[in-house]
Design a protein around this ligand. Sequence first.
Ligand SMILES: Cc1cc2nc3c(=O)[nH]c(=O)nc-3n(C[C@H](O)[C@H](O)[C@H](O)COP(=O)(O)O)c2cc1C
Length: 214
Amino acid sequence: MQNQELRSSRREYTKGELLENEVPANPMDLFSDWWKEWESLGRPDTTAMTVSTTGADGIPDARIVLLKGIENGAFTFFTNYKSKKGSDIEANPMVHILFFWAEQERQVRVVGHATKLSFEKNQSYFKERPVGSQIGAISSPQSSVIVNREVLESEVEANNAKYGELGPDCPEHWGGYAVEPFQIEFWQGRASRLHDRLRYKKSHSSWSVERLAP
Ligand SMILES: Cc1cc2nc3c(=O)[nH]c(=O)nc-3n(C[C@H](O)[C@H](O)[C@H](O)COP(=O)(O)O)c2cc1C
């Protein structure tokens, strides 16, 4: 890839608009509308989102995880609590979630506090997953350095033999986070880079909305 090619890669954004007097008072209602439109396209990994964290070292980190629900206005995802993201959230529960939906020329930026889901919810979701995923979850010390792939595979083999078709119970270190947003920005691409940006902010449990320059 040449720099010249990178520099000349651009397009016009003309698919929609985002106007203050047309958006709902609650950003989760707008998110739900946008989500339905996105979901209807049936793209692979529709539920993928980027979750950014900043732990004790102050260095931002980001990775894709799958959105597993929106409950009581909070975005939920599942992971290993002992992973890098888990230790970051332990040190600093402030999380940024980012969605980019190219077809619709839309971006959504969510900032919120992450809290762990209850063990009951974790166990219930864990047991809904295929046994192979359950075994994978207990066999992988997510984010730890491992010597080679064989170590992982022999752990999987041992756990398959141990738990069989029933699979293991959910370990304490695996589960979900609910990210309760206090700020959500919606970005809709517009012509000539004059994009629409509406940012909702929550204060004393009510939302206000403001326009940002593109
Ligand atoms: C499409 C896709 C979906 C993923 N879904 C999850 C997920 O739901 N939970 C998870 O822990 N990791 C998921 N991952 C892996 C993460 O991106 C990441 O590698 C892993 O969670 C370790 O991140 P960490 O070391 O920053 O904690 C997914 C990766 C991709 C590309």
